[in-house]
Design a protein around this ligand. Structure first.
Ligand SMILES: NCCCCCc1nc2ccccc2[nH]1
Length: 292
């Protein structure tokens, strides 16, 4: 049988092509916001693609979901109220649920199709929606945060797609200002922050905006995700003015929580050593001139 390949060309990585062999296409439709594709790959399990960009694969989603969730939550004493922006696949919800101190998890995902597709094809991620602490809001996070009371959240996790298309406004200053307002003093934000190899200008702009908007600390961390072009993805960790947050040394180590894990599923990627290591940066990034 003719086995197809899918070629990932995108302005997010000009002049570069990534490809995965398609064993079979499981879903392909246009939602109100983007094209949603699910296919069975040869060696990464099922793959979720939005507008031609790989969002997750069954094999390596653990790296992204665990890091984006535990880098912020393990940096504060006892997270109670958490907001997820995006994250409609449910993977971040699954990870937040490991924290027994958490009492409420709000999630604002704009695209219902992403949620439905995840529940159908990625049950090991969509399990996150089953936690009774989860409250789902389908809609625009900019609108949602505009109506959120001041200082409501201990942590906000922005698990967005790339700032081309529906997520464009999630990297603009007004949005970060609504996030800062929705966080309590000493509250933390973790934002998906692209690739240090590919998006130096975008990262620099995000860091500048966050330095102005968050009066606590702002740090860049990263993780290796093989199916993301350039093999790495970054995270921007910010804290609001108030009790200082030391992102580089988790005061709420996940190992303390190990026993509290609801699911039999063990952590596959994150641990306190990986947490500390994530903030170790190449010299060209440390210099903060990510391009020169
Ligand atoms: N919402 C899940 C993660 C989304 C990140 C997707 C992604 N990963 C990338 C790697 C290199 C260039 C652009 C990228 N965009």
């Amino acid at each position: 049988k003719t086995v197809k390949e899918v070629y990932f060309n995108n302005p997010m990585w000009p002049g570069e092509t990534h490809s995965l062999k398609v064993e079979n296409v499981l879903f392909k439709e246009k939602s109100l916001y983007q094209e949603v594709l699910v296919f069975e790959s040869t060696s990464y399990g099922k793959v979720l693609v939005l507008d031609g960009i790989v969002q997750l694969t069954e094999k390596d989603e653990c790296a992204y979901q665990e890091m984006i969730s535990h880098l912020p939550l393990c940096s504060i004493e006892s997270p109670k109220n958490v907001l997820v922006v995006g994250g409609g696949d449910g993977g971040v919800l699954r990870e937040i649920a490991r924290h027994s101190s958490v009492e409420r998890i709000d999630i604002c995902e704009i695209d219902q199709m992403v949620i439905d597709v995840s529940k159908k094809f990625f049950p090991q991620l969509a399990i996150g929606f089953e936690d009774p602490r989860v409250h789902l809001h389908v809609g625009d996070a900019v609108e949602f945060l505009r109506h959120t009371s001041q200082g409501k959240y201990d942590a906000i996790i922005v698990d967005s797609s790339d700032p081309v298309g529906p997520a464009q406004e999630l990297v603009e200053k007004p949005f970060f200002e609504t996030i800062a307002r929705a966080l309590r003093p000493g509250g933390v934000l973790c934002n998906m922050a692209e690739s240090m190899w590919l998006h130096t200008h975008l990262i620099q702009d995000m860091i500048s905006i966050c330095r102005e908007t968050f009066k606590g600390s702002v740090h860049y961390a990263w993780a290796n995700v093989p199916t993301y072009p350039s093999g790495v993805i970054g995270f921007l960790l910010c804290s609001t003015e108030g009790p200082p947050v030391d992102f580089k040394h988790p005061i709420n180590p996940i190992e303390k929580l190990e026993g509290a894990i609801e699911y039999k599923r063990q952590l596959k990627f994150y641990n306190s050593e990986m947490h500390r290591a994530a903030f170790s940066l190449p010299s060209f990034v440390k210099r903060e001139r990510l391009y020169d």
